[in-house]
Design a protein around this ligand. Structure first.
Ligand code: GLN
Length: 266
């Protein structure tokens, strides 16, 4: 925090450990310490967070990008590299983009991809727009609730890190400074995952993929829901801690749902 506040590298701090802060620096540092002591994420104090090699601006309107989500980006990039019609532009959508972390990492690594970033929060979308501009990564931005933001459009790869924490979960106390709408979902944390899966067949191109991040114990449910919605090649990827963290599948032409999903209740 001190290095950021003084705009010096850590080595400078070590080499100048006898320097004094002036009044303004001292006050600013005290304020940061107080906010940090109250559990506010460091990224909000610094106003930035590194994600997948990109320096993203963040503020309290967006979730702080997590390292686990880099796994979802890597999966999306693998699918992109293997995409059969390399000549044609691959259409990618990031649902619930927040700071733009997923969408911008994809665009950064695959300039030919046509990337759309969706968020229901205008302030979050404005943050994503600022990041797109400062990183010089052109993506399309769409305001709206999940698929509602892109009526009539189809995509080859859809990625999402939706809210998936159950209301009342014991971990929410530690996350109280982050936008609760980006963290909490009804139906035990499954409502938004369900909504995205159910809408996906109507918004994916033939052979298109849907890749989802989810909670540590939600993989079996997500696999089941994808299979029930007609997805094939349903599979789960574990994070570096060995936890089932992302699940996805693809729509194959002619596939029919194993059964019709009539309710999003669990
Ligand atoms: N993985 C995040 C956390 O546990 C939650 C992200 C989310 O709800 N999408 O803090």
């Amino acid at each position: 925090m001190l290095a950021a506040l003084l705009d010096r590298p850590r080595s400078w701090l070590i080499a100048h450990d006898d320097e004094l802060l002036d009044q303004a620096q001292g006050t600013a540092y005290e304020q940061w310490l107080t906010r940090r002591r109250d559990g506010e994420p460091l990224a909000y104090l610094l106003g930035e967070k590194e994600f997948h090699g990109l320096r993203l601006q963040v503020d309290s309107s967006v979730l702080v990008p997590r390292p686990e989500t880099e796994l979802l980006v890597d999966w999306g990039l693998r699918v992109l590299q293997a995409w059969p019609t390399k000549a044609a532009r691959c259409r990618v959508i990031d649902l619930g983009t927040g700071s733009g972390a997923i969408a911008l990492s994809i665009k950064h690594n695959s300039h030919a991809a046509e990337v759309t970033a969706v968020d229901a929060s205008p302030t979050a979308l404005a943050t994503a727009a600022r990041n797109a501009q400062s990183l010089n990564l052109p993506v399309m931005l769409a305001l709206g609730n999940w698929w509602d933001a892109v009526p009539g459009q189809r995509f080859d790869i859809a990625l999402a890190n939706p809210p998936y924490i159950a209301p009342g979960d014991e971990h929410l106390g530690a996350l109280r400074h982050e936008p609760q709408g980006a963290l909490i979902a009804q139906d035990d944390g499954l409502a938004d995952l369900a909504h995205i899966i159910d809408g996906a067949p109507g918004h994916l191109a033939p052979e298109g993929w849907l890749l989802l991040e989810h909670g540590h114990d939600q993989a079996p449910w997500v696999r089941q829901r994808l299979t029930a919605s007609g997805f094939a090649e349903v599979q789960t990827v574990r994070d570096l801690a060995g936890i089932e963290r992302c699940t996805g599948g693809r729509v194959l032409p002619g596939a029919t749902p194993a059964f019709r999903v009539v309710s999003s209740a669990v």
